[in-house]
Design a protein around this ligand. Structure first.
Ligand code: HSE
Length: 310
């Protein structure tokens, strides 16, 4: 069985660990084969990445498959070939794409009958392996596509929204030195306590994003992408971030934020009003003016994990 799962961009500003969008591209590919069914064994081999650990327990996709097999009584040799297309460590949900692909493939292949929340929960296991914490935002979008919100307590609830038709996404990744376990580091520098007034403004901003997706109003979404808690703590990891954000907004972006734990910067654009290529050009130019090399592309909100081929 071959499965694909997309890159994603988490947080959208105030929705730390709650919001994410799936991106149309790139996508990770996972081929899953089953063999001898007398005992459980999970093997994984990689294409397109050297830095990802290969031991099943230490690899995001392997850990997800192993946990699902152990919990749900799967006894089989499982061999997975993971082709990495989502770049690693840049804030585009790379480990989530692999984890979502593994959860989806296991569910399909062994007819486990799991629904979205259970799949999200299992896929989050892969995030634990790669960042030391189970966060559910990227895996929710990578599994379900569109814009997703996830709540973990009292029960895990995931809601999916389709994007407004003219919504486009510009993504620019600066080449910057980052700590080895970047996401773990980026999570460690967030303040533990937040002033009530900031909480109120962030909650209002997050509500605006959800309302914008519900009403298909890109202006409402973009204006909600202001975060007073996580983004200020992380902006220092991205040289030139404030200039890039300002220039993208001046070029007509609806909203700008750090994509996940960064360093990729995301701008949302209403294609019926502004050309995404113009916004992208401004973002690239701003990084250049800061003396920072960067690569970028524009895309749209994409589908979630799915089966391809046989
Ligand atoms: N919500 C997570 C974070 C996403 O910002 O740390 C990491 O990909």
């Amino acid at each position: 069985m071959e499965v694909r799962a997309p890159a994603s961009s988490a947080n959208l500003g105030p929705g730390y660990d709650v919001f994410a969008i799936a991106l149309k591209e790139p996508e990770d590919r996972l081929e899953l084969r089953t063999g001898d069914s007398s005992s459980l064994k999970v093997e994984i081999s990689m294409r397109g990445a050297r830095t990802v650990p290969l031991g099943a327990e230490r690899n995001a996709a392997g850990a997800v498959a192993l946990k699902m097999a152990l919990d749900l009584g799967v006894r089989s040799h499982i061999s997975m070939v993971l082709t990495k297309r989502v770049p690693i460590g840049v804030g585009l949900g790379s480990s989530a794409a692999s984890s979502a692909a593994a959860a989806f493939a296991m569910n399909e292949c062994f007819r486990l009958g799991l629904g979205a929340p259970e799949l999200v929960r299992y896929a989050a296991r892969g995030e634990f392996v790669s960042s030391g914490e189970e966060h559910y935002d990227n895996v929710a979008a990578s599994l379900l596509g569109g814009f997703t919100t996830v709540r973990t307590k009292p029960v895990l609830e995931v809601v999916r929204f389709s994007p407004p038709a003219s919504l486009r996404v510009c993504l620019v990744t600066p080449k910057v030195e980052l700590p080895e376990r970047k996401t773990e580091y980026a999570r460690s520098i967030i303040p533990e306590h937040v002033k009530l007034e900031k909480l109120v403004r962030n909650t209002a901003a997050a509500a605006s994003i959800v309302a914008g997706f519900a009403k298909k109003d890109i202006g409402l979404i973009g204006r909600g992408m202001e975060d007073e808690v996580v983004e200020p703590a992380r902006a220092g990891m991205i040289p030139g971030y404030s200039r890039v954000k300002k220039m993208a907004l001046q070029a007509g972006a609806a909203g700008v934020c750090i994509s996940g734990a960064g360093p990729t910067v995301l701008a949302l654009v209403d294609d019926s009003k502004v050309r995404p290529a113009e916004v992208l050009k401004e973002m690239m130019r701003s990084f250049r003016l800061e003396g920072v090399q960067a690569v970028g592309y524009s895309s749209s909100v994409g589908r979630g994990a799915r089966r391809v081929g046989l």
